[in-house]
Design a protein around this ligand. Structure first.
Ligand SMILES: Nc1ncnc2c1ncn2[C@@H]1O[C@H](COP(=O)(O)OP(=O)(O)OP(=O)(O)O)[C@@H](O)[C@H]1O
Ligand SMILES: Nc1ccn([C@@H]2O[C@H](COP(=O)(O)O)[C@@H](O)[C@H]2O)c(=O)n1
Length: 194
């Protein structure tokens, strides 16, 4: 039985940083599920058809990390048929041996409700905006508005809204360095594997 780690949380909270580090530490596969929605939004045309026909090339577009691609992703992510088109790929990915780490918004609640470890990674709005602004070379105020708008859309949508799973461990990275946040996540996984 593969070991599944589900990581959810709001935008720029540090999910991807922790997910990549856990995958490297434990030798697991990693899927950044946000990339599926970013690629769907960036493809244009009918979003449902875009999600149904995603290719490796779509996921390798160089413009997917932009704030605009994040906004487009969160709009198509409100469409139930788009989400449905992406479920099977994510669940199949999660079943790879020896284990997999998936990060997104609905991994612990919808995609992998039986995951062995569920982390809900969060941080204050302000610190997330500062970190994302540094990453993209953008203004903190612009990033703050962008993140808050996306979080609101993600939390308020009817299908698979952003929320912690009832059995998720909350990891607030506001006051944590990257190595400290990773160490806490590794400790949670070690505890579950013991
Ligand atoms: N604990 C931390 N301390 C300082 N910077 C951090 C910390 N965690 C992550 N970062 C930085 O914050 C930015 C956002 O982190 P990351 O991309 O991991 O977030 P995310 O939740 O995966 O974002 P998204 O929702 O857009 O996929 C990155 O530049 C990352 O290096
Ligand atoms: N499991 C997921 C993952 C992502 N989304 C939507 O995609 C947007 C971009 O995600 P990032 O992780 O790359 O920031 C995000 O704002 C969500 O709207 C999702 O719905 N479910």
């Amino acid at each position: 039985m593969p070991f599944i780690i589900a990581i959810d949380g709001p935008a720029a909270s540090g999910k991807g940083t922790i997910a990549r580090a856990l995958a490297a530490h434990f030798g697991f596969h990693h899927l950044d599920t946000g990339l599926l929605y970013r690629a769907t939004g960036a493809k244009g045309g009918d979003p449902v058809l875009a999600a149904q026909t995603l290719t490796a090339g779509d996921l390798a577009r160089p413009d997917l990390r932009s704030a605009g691609a994040g906004q487009a992703a969160s709009r198509v992510a409100t469409i139930p048929e788009v989400r449905a088109a992406l479920v099977e790929f994510q669940r199949r990915f999660a079943l790879q041996e020896p284990g997999a780490v998936l990060d997104g918004r609905d991994i612990g609640t919808v995609i992998c409700p039986d995951a062995a470890v569920k982390l809900y990674v969060t941080a204050s709005d302000q610190i997330r905006a500062v970190r994302r602004a540094a990453e993209l070379g953008a203004h903190v105020g612009d990033m703050l508005g962008e993140l808050q708008e996306r979080d609101r859309r993600d939390s308020e949508r009817a299908t698979a809204p952003l929320k912690p799973a009832a059995d998720a461990v909350v990891l607030d990275t506001t006051e944590l360095t990257i190595p400290d946040a990773i160490a806490r996540a590794i400790a949670q996984v070690d505890r579950a594997r013991a």
